[in-house]
Design a protein around this ligand. Structure first.
Ligand code: NAP
Ligand code: MG
Length: 482
């Protein structure tokens, strides 16, 4: 059976050898099929990897400015489609139009940024320890990069892997998330329009267990960049490192926001609510624990509950405060954690219930606030990946830091305080790859490193900024005697 030509392999849009397809549905209107895709398997993935391997030499030899010009044209093509892609992202993943618009713009900005970086990228010349000699370094691509991405930032994350991989001269195979592949595919369409040579970028959609694991285990793949859950990430890491590949895995979080006795409570509530309930809580950097000083605890909980209850929930296309969760499984995961938390003795102060929205039948849930949470409870230890925040009471700053660090994860962390000393001590002591003072745990800039520690990351290389270029390059040291 012919499958839709949704894969991009060796410069051609093509179907899958499996003859199978899969549907992508709107999480706000579950009977709406947004797109139908070829469901690729192992053989389709191998064909794409072969194409990328064949194109590697030519692309590596292409001058940086020429590679950069293609990335810049890609940014322009995405920019021309911004409104359409914003709507498509919302229809597929569920986030609000405002959130999608910001994410599409991020992808555009990333392509402009690395378009310039491609020109700039190079090595250094050092003083030689002899006359008539030269010693210098070059930055060379690794070869074929396999990129495996999650559904929650379906255009920004493919962009922040594709652009630096291509800027530095690698060829790529992108495996987008099954729940939301279309905006990642739109980047590949833009690269195609922008004149990327055949085989340099390849897209294969299909189940992670087949497409993703073929990428992480294939001999012709030189580097694997993965973002997703910790469970899958550890498997990808083992598989890729067994094969001697360079690998980075960016995974889950259990991100704390500490609210000290010196915090402005109104400001703290705004910061925590934005971090916890923005993008329906489905961010790796989402605030999922508020660690609050006893003196302000009751006031904080009351205000956070009021804030949560005022959040308007609806289909992302209507641009409410909060859209649905991305799938039935994600919704169920959140509702399961509500039961688990209550069973363990936490108080469900508000929310955590499936919500009926007029004219929609999606995976809507009301934002949940748990109080009386003990740091050892599962709701305080495990990633929920929905709009839920556990509020933990602490007696002093030292206990706040201990609780903040008392989890397996270490992605993002924030402190809300007017005390400069507390703010700086928190930056010193917290175990996290990203630390924020008086800012929400979510939201990052594209030109500085991003990544986590502990179970949040392989902690091999950071992504974004110059760190993104580092991951995709190796250094050659050249000695010349003239
Ligand atoms: P996921 O279930 O781990 O999936 C991530 C990607 O891996 C998807 O493309 C998935 O394919 C693929 N995959 C699944 N099984 C695989 C296997 N055996 N081998 C290779 N690849 C496989 O994560 P998700 O549900 O899409 O995303 C949510 C998670 O991502 C959360 O844990 C969140 O914290 C994390 N995240 C982390 C960051 C960060 O930078 N630290 C950023 C965003 C999200 P399918 O789609 O086909 O299953
Ligand atoms: Mg998942």
């Amino acid at each position: 059976m012919a499958t839709p030509a949704t894969n991009y392999v060796d410069g051609e849009w093509t179907g899958a050898a499996t003859g199978e397809t899969f549907e992508v549905r709107n999480p706000a209107h579950t009977d709406e099929v947004v797109a139908e895709y070829a469901k690729s398997g192992v053989a389709d993935t191998e064909t794409a990897i072969e194409a990328a391997a064949a194109a590697a030499g030519g692309w590596a030899a292409t001058p940086g400015p020429e590679r950069g010009a293609i990335l810049t044209r890609t940014a322009q093509r995405l920019e021309a489609r911004k409104e359409e892609l914003t709507e498509l992202l919302t229809r597929e993943e569920g986030k609000t139009l405002s959130e999608s618009g910001g994410e599409v713009q991020r992808a555009i900005d990333i392509f402009y940024y690395y378009g310039q970086k491609a020109r700039d990228h190079g090595g250094e010349v050092k003083a030689p320890s002899g006359t008539n000699r030269q010693v210098s370094t070059r930055k060379e691509p690794l070869g074929v990069a396999g990129l495996i991405t999650p559904w929650n930032y379906p255009i920004a994350i493919p962009a922040w892997k594709l652009a630096p991989a291509l800027a530095t001269g690698n060829t790529v195979v992108l495996k987008p998330a099954t729940l939301a592949p279309s905006v990642g595919k739109a980047i590949v369409e833009a690269l195609d329009d922008a004149g990327i040579p055949d085989g340099v970028v390849n897209l294969v959609a299909g189940p992670g267990s087949e497409v993703g694991s073929t990428i992480s285990g294939h001999d012709d793949v030189d580097a694997v960049s993965f973002t997703g859950s910790s469970a899958v990430g550890h498997h990808v890491y083992d598989d890729a490192t067994d094969g001697g590949k360079r690998v980075q895995t960016e995974m889950g979080g259990k991100n704390p926001a500490v609210v000290t006795s010196n915090a402005d409570v109104d400001e703290a509530v705004d910061i925590v609510a934005a971090g916890a309930f923005g993008v329906t809580g489905q961010a790796c950097t989402a605030t999922s624990r508020a660690i609050v000083h006893d003196e302000v605890y009751d006031e904080f909980v009351d205000e956070l509950v009021a804030h949560a209850e005022a959040i308007e929930i609806g289909p992302g296309l209507e641009d409410p405060d909060m859209g649905p969760q991305a799938s039935a499984d994600e919704l169920e995961g959140t509702l399961d954690y509500v039961d688990i938390a209550v069973d363990e003795g936490a108080t469900l102060a508000t929310g955590g219930e499936r919500v009926d929205v007029d004219g929609a039948d999606g995976y809507f849930v009301s934002p949940a606030v748990f109080s009386d949470v003990d740091p050892s409870m599962r709701i305080a230890q495990e990633e929920v990946f929905g709009p839920a925040v556990a509020v933990i009471r602490v007696e002093n700053f030292a206990e706040a830091v201990e609780v903040a660090n008392g989890v397996d994860y270490g992605l993002s962390a924030s402190i809300v305080t007017d005390d400069l000393s507390e703010a700086n001590r928190f930056v010193d002591e917290v175990e996290a790859g990203v630390v924020k003072v008086n800012e929400k745990t979510t939201g990052v800039e594209l030109h500085v490193p991003f990544g986590g520690v502990k179970n949040s990351s392989s902690n091999t290389y950071r992504e974004q900024g110059d760190a993104g270029l580092e991951f995709f390059t190796q250094t050659k040291t050249v000695y010349t005697n003239y």
